[in-house]
Design a protein around this ligand. Structure first.
Ligand SMILES: *Cc1c(COP(=O)(O)O)cnc(C)c1O
Length: 348
């Protein structure tokens, strides 16, 4: 395809993961296997809002609910259409054309996408053998932005808080800690945002909160950093319905507790089940497991799809050679996954 009309910095971008679905069980996106957020669903059922009016410009209602949840202030929050919008806004706010930004390898592929969208370059820095941060190597390229998910996607582990803190102390750049799966982990950087002016913590309603369909995410930062980002983000980017549903979800912390408890119980069982079938699972602090497959990764993922179960293939990427990633399901889902894998293995 002749792409010469495209802006040079985006010419090599490809479309994102978009599988054709035929009713498969989805263990490929790390959303909440308990199903729709109940409080958000109830809010939608009863919604009688005026569709003729614009939503609040900066989602102040949701910012207040989050301020209350974390013991911070409204001005510490920036709300977006998914935390992906907050990634975009971060690079728009803090990088110049041509700037390099740093992210670990392996981590979330959309970081490079948003860097390139904003005319920047992605500098990938390898994690160590245990998938932990190499602090000196992360600092060496002097990234305008240093970004990492903790728990990391696709490896599943958290980074050591002392390493994140050292990076924050030693860089002049912005440090983004993407806590998309933070509800499943014990550590968070949210309560440190007033201490580090260069810290941005990203959170989302797409994963543990079980409302990815509604596209709500947010950044938590010092008041001055958050204000800079609010000036750059598109006004009204979060619609009124999604904001209301998110406020309802914040008030139902019991659902989050139940979700966390389910993952805590099921994760070691799924990991042991995978081991029995010849996989090498990596330790996880999240609601998904990365594991080296005992047969060819592409064949495994394709055959599982034929049997109605979707998992995610990372096997062609450096550092995750022949690995797959699966969401931790309920007891029933994990049994289904393991039995379908067993069928695939016996057919090979
Ligand atoms: C799923 C995920 C997100 C969430 O993105 P949203 O736009 O909020 O849906 C962000 N970061 C990582 C690492 C993820 O895996």
């Amino acid at each position: 395809m002749d792409r010469s009309r495209m802006r040079s910095t985006v010419m090599d971008l490809q479309m994102y993961y978009n599988p054709e679905l035929h009713g498969e069980v989805r263990l490929d996106t790390n959303t909440n296997v308990l199903g729709s957020n109940p409080a958000a669903a109830a809010y939608l059922r009863d919604f009688r809002g005026d569709l003729n009016g614009y939503p609040n410009t900066y989602s102040d209602g949701l910012r207040d609910a989050l301020a209350n949840l974390y013991g911070l202030e409204r001005d510490n929050f920036v709300i977006g259409s998914g935390s992906d919008e907050m990634l975009d806004v971060s690079f728009k706010t803090f990088t110049e054309w041509g700037d390099g930004s740093v992210s670990p390898v392996p981590s979330y592929t959309l970081y490079e996408y948003f860097m390139k969208l904003n005319g920047g370059k992605c500098v990938g820095v390898d994690l160590d053998e245990d998938f932990q941060l190499d602090v000196d190597a992360m600092l060496k390229p002097k990234g305008k932005v240093i970004i990492m998910p903790s728990p990391n996607n696709p490896t599943g582990n958290c980074f050591r808080p002392k390493d994140v803190e050292e990076i924050l102390n030693r860089t002049e750049g912005i440090v983004i800690v993407d806590e998309a799966y933070g509800e499943y982990a014990d550590d968070t950087m949210v309560d440190r945002v007033n201490e580090f002016d260069n810290l941005i913590v990203l959170k989302t309603f797409s994963k543990a909160y079980a409302m990815a369909a509604l596209r709500v995410g947010y950044a938590v930062a010092s008041r001055s950093t958050a204000e800079m980002m609010n000036c750059v983000k598109i006004p009204y980017s979060v619609n009124m319905v999604s904001e209301g549903a998110a406020i309802a979800a914040v008030k139902d912390q019991d659902f989050i507790k139940r979700s966390k408890q389910m993952v805590k119980e099921q994760r070691p069982l799924l990991s042991a089940g995978l081991k029995r079938l010849g996989f090498e699972p990596f330790p996880s602090d999240s609601n998904f497991i990365l594991a080296k497959a005992p047969i060819d990764h592409a064949e495994l993922v394709a055959k599982l799809k034929q049997k109605g179960v979707l998992i995610r293939d990372f096997g062609s990427k450096r550092r995750t050679e022949n690995c797959i990633r699966t969401t931790v399901g309920t007891e029933e889902l994990n049994k289904l996954l393991l039995s379908k894998i067993e069928e695939v293995l016996s057919e090979c």
